[in-house]
Structures are given as structure tokens and as C-alpha cells.
Design a protein around this ligand. Sequence first.
Ligand code: FAD
Length: 405
Amino acid sequence: MPRKAVVVGAGPVGCLAALSLAKMGWIVEIYEARPDIRLPSSQASLARRSINLAISARGIAALQAVDSDMASRFLETVIPMKGRYLHDERGRESVQLYDSTGQCINSIDRGLLNKGLLDKVSSTENISVLFEHKLATADFDARVLKFESGRGDHMRIVQVPFDFCVGADGSYSNVRRQLMRVIRMDFHQEYIPHDYLELHIPATFDAAGTPQYRIDPNYLHIWPRHSFMLIALPNKDKTFTCTLFAPTQDLDKLSDRTAVLEWFRIQFPDIIPLVGEERLWDDFSRNPRSSLICIKAKPYHYKDRVLILGDAAHSMVPFYGQGLNCGFEDVRVLETLIREEKVDSQMLPAGVAVDDRLAKALDRYSATRHPDLVAICDLAMDNYVEMRHSVVTPLYRIRKRLDEF
Ligand code: FAD
């Protein structure tokens, strides 16, 4: 009889972890707090949320390790971005390639990635997905999780026994909170004093009515302004999703349409014709403004029974474009260690309460993964200064030219 792994969170990392465990012979149940994002009723609430992200070699390698056909299907949909395309205050443009041998990062549709992974888990025989089940409490020693299902008078508590629990429940992880009650977890969380908000550059249409990009789609566009910046990533429908990162107190001052448009005219004069005044004000006033958090934790596991992955273990600021890539890499590293320690997915023999091999794999995971994850969280923080400021300093340009030689 195979053992049961419970994955908390059906985000991209939870889905990939479920696929990896199912491939290794576990029976997997995924519990997700929200409704299924593939249902038409979920679309309205997602309409104003982020629609793309950059996937790099790190994330692609992890997808390929779990399911190479699925990875190939995702890769067919990406838009390669070969470097930064800088737009300065005076509207001048310049290009900085990421790599002299042509390596790229890739813009991918978040929804397509999430839904593609959900379709894959839903069609995998030994995985079941339960939506609208929110983790409430956990008793890891008794190996029981309690979920809240339904709302109001219809809310009920569902008790779920498990052999192995994976917490992939995002930055504000409850699995992590429950884990803190049973282990001495070192934990650090830091908000940066900047918020982010998304805007959109629509497509333009040629004489035949075919949509076209307004700016070159094969770059990550940056409008660096030292203490804040705007970036744009291309989408398949010939639009761009722009993200404005700026200090909370600066954004607070932009309280009405006149102030917003005036600020954009001064700071980003070339953005207004690309976005259009009406759409700019509509996006600015209606899209959610969100904070940015960095989370470091250690260790990530308890005995042979629970492990946190993805943002639950290492939320990072998005300036290195590696948050999800690292979450996917967590899954690849875990699978490698489980295989190296020859962990068996079958029931433990009668009278054996702890799987020493799995405990060792998880120990090795926490010990080896932590320095890498702390390094990438720090690099992500440093890259904010690089993107909004350093890229336009003369010294940086000289260094970059020398690198290219
Ligand atoms: P999430 O995507 O947060 O999924 C967690 C899931 O758990 C959710 O579905 C949630 O509903 C569920 N959940 C939460 N609590 C419970 C509970 N109690 N019970 C049950 N379920 C629960 N990364 C990149 O690699 N490249 C990029 O270009 C990039 N750009 C970014 C841009 C921005 C502006 C931001 C904010 C982030 C960016 N990231 C990027 C980071 C990336 O979005 C995250 O790293 C990634 O979404 C984390 O995936 P996850 O599955 O770990 O967590």
C-alpha cells in the first residue's frame, strides 16, 4: 500500500510537488483554500491580478525533471527576453544583453502555468485536489491536519490523516506557523518600504486589424528612476504587463487623476502614449497596490513528516525574477534527495513509526538548501538597487561594456 502525502496549497509549487511525489509512488491529496481558478466564477476576481512572470533555466530544469512533456508544452508558450531595454527620463533607449551567448529569461502567462499544472494534477491517477479547504491547525506528532471547508453556517472541520505533509501555502503559510510550534525555527521577515502596482500597455492594430506589440517584445523593459522604477514584460496577446515599484509614501501622495497623470508626465513621459491617459488612470486607481516581503526560515522540516517549500519557506522580493523558479527548484532538489536516500513510498513495516530514510532526506534538504536560498533572497534584494539605479550609472555602463568584451 502506498503512503499518503498531503500537499497544502495548489499554487504552482504545490502542484509540481504533488506531481513529483505521485511519480515516486505516493498517494497525494492537495488541499487548497481558494476555489478552483479554472472555474468561470473565479475569473472576475483574477482579472486585475498579475498575468505574467519570468521563468529561467532554474525553473525550466525543475519542470523538465518532473515531466518533460509538460515542460515542453509550457516552453511553446513563452516569449524569450534576451536582455534589459532601458528607457531614461529623456525618452532615450539603450539595450543591455543578459548573456553574450544568447541565454534568455522567458515571459510566461501565470494563469496558463497555474491552470496547466492544475489540469495535469487533476488528470493524474494517484492525485486528488480538494478546493475550498483551508488549513486551520496541524498535529504533526499525531499526523493529522484539520481543514475548514465551506463558509458561515455551512463551515465544517475536516480531519485529514497523513504520512508526509508538504506546506506550499505561500508567503503567509499556516503550515510554517504550525511548524514553528514544534521546532526551533529561526525566522526572519522583512517588508521593504516599496509597494507594487500593475498597469497595462495595450496592443496596437495594423491596417489589416492584426494586433501588434507597441515596443520590442524580446526584452524586459525598464524605466529606472533611482528610487523607483517601472518594468514591462510581454504577453502573447501583444500586450505588456507593467509593474510600478515605488515607495509607499510617494504613491500615497498620488491621490487623484491630475496628480497621477502629472507625475507620469514628469517621470515617465514615454509611458503615457503607450498606455493612454484613461487606461493609466483606470489601472492606477483600480488595480490592487501590494506590499513586498522577504522571508527566511531554518530549518524547513520536522522529523520525517513535514516540509515547507516555495514562498512558504523563502518568499523573496521579485527583482531577480527567481521566486517561483526557486520554488520549482525546491521540488527538484527534494526529489533528488528522496531518491538518493532510497525512500520507499510504501507503508512502513508494522511497528516502525518513523521513516529514518525520509527523515534523513529532509535533514539534508534543510542543511543544503538553506545557504542557497538565503543567497538568492539577498541577491533579489540587491538587484532592486541595480535595476532602478545602478543600470543607469556611468560606472555600470563601462563595466557592462567591458564584460561584453
Ligand atoms: P503561491 O503561489 O502563493 O500559492 C500558495 C497557495 O496556497 C495559494 O493557492 C493559496 O490560496 C494556498 N493557501 C494559502 N494558505 C492556505 C491554507 N491555510 N490552506 C490551504 N491553502 C492555502 N517569480 C519568478 O520566478 N519570476 C518572476 O518573474 C516573478 N515575478 C514576480 C512579480 C511579483 C510582482 C511578485 C509579487 C512575485 C513574483 N514572483 C516571480 C514570485 C512568484 O510569484 C512566487 O514565488 C510564486 O507564486 C510562489 O508560488 P507558491 O506556489 O510557493 O505560492
